[in-house]
Design a protein around this ligand. Structure first.
Ligand code: ADP
Ligand code: ADP
Length: 237
């Protein structure tokens, strides 16, 4: 597959504390890459380096390079707002805003300047269809998003990310707060979304990584200790 993101010799420091050391990894387009490893090994830190959420924290320092389609995202010329629109992010406990389902999904497009109700409705419908939530909520778009179940809320937050029309989705433990049925739905969804999006998922769940990913990267204490095709990593002893 075509390379989407190229990471070379990335190190990341929270003040004096080095959380990542010399990470190099190629992330292919329209595939699912899983970051795996125990709590505290640097998975979330790495994920947040990919959309520059991390270097906004005071006292942090980045070394090395991250290229997105050949462009250095840490270059002073990078427009962070544009970068964030291209890269959707979903968290373990993404919570909807205490507003209607419609308002949650149309929030990003409105900020981006889309005003016509018809245009917004189209984006909302398409995003909810892509996140496999449309059929469940199409008759209750003006209801509060907080009435939805945990699994539905998570899919709503995925729809909210998709509404900005990203090409990359970063997911930090997107299913670990959910019951098994909702987890399975999210995993199925990830499988469908990779046809259109480049996906990076953080998980500490090996079985989940084996189920959803094409490529896996194992971290330990800030080091990338192994990476490769999921098929090979999970079948060889
Ligand atoms: P997880 O292991 O699930 O990634 P953590 O409990 O390590 O979660 O971190 C939860 C939050 O606390 C994150 O936003 C993380 O950035 C922040 N955090 C973790 N360690 C520290 C630390 N040493 N100092 C300040 N914030 C931290
Ligand atoms: P993981 O996602 O694998 O649980 P993290 O990336 O959250 O790991 O954490 C990696 C290391 O960085 C840990 O030692 C953690 O305490 C530290 N860390 C994470 N977030 C912060 C933060 N905001 N400030 C300081 N240290 C942090």
């Amino acid at each position: 597959a075509t390379e989407k993101i190229s990471v070379s010799d990335l190190s990341f420091y929270y003040s004096e504390n080095r959380a990542l050391t010399d990470i190099s990894l190629s992330i292919p387009e329209r595939c699912v890459t899983a970051f795996i490893g125990p709590s505290g090994c640097g998975k979330s830190t790495f994920l947040r380096c990919l959309n520059r959420m991390n270097d906004m924290i005071e006292g942090t320092r980045v070394e090395g390079k991250i290229l997105l389609e050949g462009q250095d995202i840490y270059s002073s010329r990078t427009d962070i707002v544009t970068l964030r629109k291209r890269i959707g992010m979903v968290f373990q406990k993404s919570t909807p805003f205490p507003k209607s389902i419609f308002d949650n999904v149309s929030f990003g497009p409105k900020i981006a300047g889309i005003r016509k109700k018809k245009d917004l409705f189209e984006i909302v419908e398409r995003s909810l269809q892509r996140s496999a939530l449309w059929d469940e909520v199409k008759d209750r778009l003006s209801e509060s998003a907080l009435n939805l179940s945990g699994g539905q809320q998570q899919r709503l937050c995925i729809a909210r990310a998709l509404a900005n029309d990203p090409d990359i989705l970063l997911m930090d433990e997107p299913a670990s707060a959910l019951d098994p049925a909702s987890t399975a739905r999210i995993e199925d969804l990830i499988f469908e979304l990779k046809e259109q999006y480049t996906i990076v998922i953080v998980t500490h769940n090996m079985q989940q990584a084996a189920r959803v990913s094409d490529q896996a990267a194992f971290f330990y204490q800030g080091l990338l200790i192994e990476s490769g095709a999921t098929e090979e990593l999970f079948t060889n002893p």
